[in-house]
Write a protein that binds this ligand. Structure first.
Ligand code: GUN
Ligand code: ZN
Length: 404
C-alpha cells in the first residue's frame, strides 16, 4: 500500500486535461484504489511528492524494438534508409542472445522514458520475437508485440518463406495470447512492398477469425506508394490492404500520410486505427500528416515514436512534435497529452485499465519534478510538453511497482 502526495495532470478528452493540486493517490497491489484531496485524507503513511506532477504512464503505438540502436542514422528517404541502415541492423537480431540483450536494454529505456504500454515490431525472426516476449514477461512490460513478416523484396538475411512467416506468427500468437493480462500478440506484416498478396490475405483472415490485432505501415513515402501501385496494380495503397482483408477494427496503420478521400473513407468504414509518427515523418522527409482531415473524418489515432526513424522513446517529445509538425494546425497541450495516454488506451479498447489516473485502473503513473522557479500549476502541462527535458522523472510506477 502506498499513499503518494502529488499534483495530478489527467487527460479528460482531446480538448481538456485537469490539474488537481495536493492529491493523494492510494495504490494497493497493481491498482489505484483512491484519489483523495489532501484536506480530506485520513491516515498518516504519506509519501511526500508535493513538488511533483503525477501523470498516467505514456502509450507508444508504434515502435521497432530491433531498431533501438540505429536511431539517428541519416538517409534522405524511407526506401534507401531501410536498405542501408534498417535491414542490416535487424539482421543482427537473428542471434537470440543479441536479441535478448537488446530487449532488456530497450525495455529499460522505455521505462526511463515513462512509456508503460507499447505496440512493438520485432525483427523478422521467431527467436527475436520470442525473446522480446520472454524479457517483457520477466520485466513486467505491458505491450502488444509482433514479429515483422516479410516474404518478398527482402535481403536474404531477413527473407522468410511465406508459409513459415505465417506459421511462425501463428505459433507466437498461440504461445502468448492469453498468457498474461497485459501482454498480447499483434500480427505484423511489415508493409505491402515486402509482403506477398497471399501472405497478407492469409494473415488478415487468421487475425480476423481470432479477433487479433494487426499492424503495418501505410502510405508513408511517395516512392513507396508508387512501388505499391506498380507491384499490386490497385488504384491506391489502402485498396491493397482492403482487398487483402487487412482493414479491420483491430488494425493499426503507421504513418498514413498521403491518403486520398477514398482511402480515408475505406479506413473509416472499417473503423481502422492510425499511429501518427510526427518525428519520423520529418526525419525521413516523408511528409506532413493531414491531422485536420483525419479529425474531420473521425478516424481514431494516437502517437507512435517510430524508433528507429523516430529519434527518441520519449512520448513527451513526440507530443511536442505533434504540434511542431503541423504547419497551420495548432495542437493544444491537452490534445497532445490525450494522444499519448487516454486516447491511445481507448483506441486499443483498454480505457478501463490504462490511460488516466482513476481508481480501479492500473497503477501506471509517472512522477516528474518541476524545474526550479516553476511550481506545479495549471500551466505545468504545457510547459512539460514544450520543455520536457527540464522536468526530471523521479519515479515510474507500472502495475504498482516502481520501475525507475
Ligand atoms: N516501412 C516499412 N518498414 C519500415 C520501418 O521499419 N520504419 C519505417 N518508418 N517505415 C517502414
Ligand atoms: Zn515503423
Amino acid at each position: 500500500m502506498r499513499n503518494i502526495l502529488c499534483n495530478i495532470i489527467n487527460p479528460l478528452s482531446d480538448q481538456q486535461a485537469e490539474f488537481l493540486l495536493n492529491q493523494i493517490i492510494s495504490i494497493e497491489a497493481d491498482k489505484i484504489i483512491a484519489i483523495t484531496p489532501r484536506k480530506d485524507f485520513v491516515g498518516n503513511e504519506l509519501e511526500d511528492y508535493s513538488h511533483c506532477l503525477a501523470l498516467p504512464g505514456f502509450i507508444d503505438l508504434h515502435v521497432h524494438l530491433s531498431q533501438y540502436r540505429m536511431r539517428g542514422k541519416f538517409e534522405p528517404a524511407l526506401l534507401p534508409w531501410l536498405e542501408k541502415h534498417v535491414f542490416p541492423e535487424e539482421a543482427r537480431s537473428a542471434d537470440m542472445s543479441y536479441a535478448t540483450e537488446l530487449a532488456r536494454m530497450f525495455y529499460k529505456a522505455l521505462y526511463q522514458a515513462g512509456t508503460t504500454f507499447a505496440v512493438i515490431y520485432t525483427a523478422p525472426f521467431e527467436s527475436a520475437c520470442e525473446a522480446a516476449f520472454r524479457v517483457a514477461a520477466e520485466m513486467g512490460v505491458k505491450a502488444l508485440i509482433g514479429m515483422t513478416m516479410m516474404d518478398m523484396n527482402t535481403p536474404v538475411a531477413l527473407l522468410q518463406d511465406s508459409q513459415q512467416s505465417l506459421g511462425t506468427s501463428i505459433g507466437l500468437f498461440e504461445r502468448w495470447h492469453g498468457q498474461k493480462p497485459d501482454l498480447d500478440y499483434i500480427f505484423t506484416p511489415r508493409f505491402a512492398p515486402t509482403c506477398s498478396f497471399e501472405l497478407m490475405q492469409r494473415t488478415g483472415d487468421y487475425a480476423t477469425r481470432h479477433k487479433a490485432w494487426i499492424q503495418t505501415h501505410l502510405s508513408e513515402n511517395t516512392s513507396e506508394i508508387a512501388w505499391v501501385k506498380e507491384l499490386f496494380g490497385f488504384e491506391s495503397y489502402t485498396e491493397v490492404y482492403a482487398e487483402a482483408g487487412l482493414l479491420t477494427e483491430r488494425s493499426l496503420f503507421g504513418h498514413a500520410i498521403h491518403l486520398n478521400d477514398r482511402e480515408l473513407g475505406l479506413l473509416k468504414a472499417a473503423d481502422a486505427k492510425i499511429a501518427h509518427c510526427p518525428d519520423s515523418n520529418f526525419f525521413l522527409k516523408s511528409g506532413e500528416f493531414s491531422l485536420s482531415r483525419i479529425e474531420e473524418i473521425g478516424l481514431e489515432y494516437g502517437l507512435g515514436s517510430d524508433v528507429g526513424a523516430g529519434t527518441t522513446l520519449s512520448m513527451l517529445y513526440h507530443a511536442k512534435q505533434m504540434n511542431y509538425r503541423q504547419g497551420l494546425f495548432p495542437v493544444s497541450p491537452a490534445k497532445a497529452l490525450y494522444h499519448i495516454t487516454l486516447g491511445s488506451a481507448k483506441l486499443l479498447g483498454m480505457e478501463n485499465q490504462i490511460g488516466s489516473l482513476q481508481p480501479g485502473k492500473a497503477a501506471d503513473l509517472l512522477l516528474f519534478s518541476t524545474p526550479p522557479g516553476f511550481d506545479p500549476g495549471p500551466d505545468s502541462l504545457s510547459q512539460l510538453i514544450f520543455f520536457a527535458s527540464e522536468f526530471p522523472v523521479e519515479e515510474v510506477i507500472v502495475n504498482g511497482k516502481s520501475r525507475l
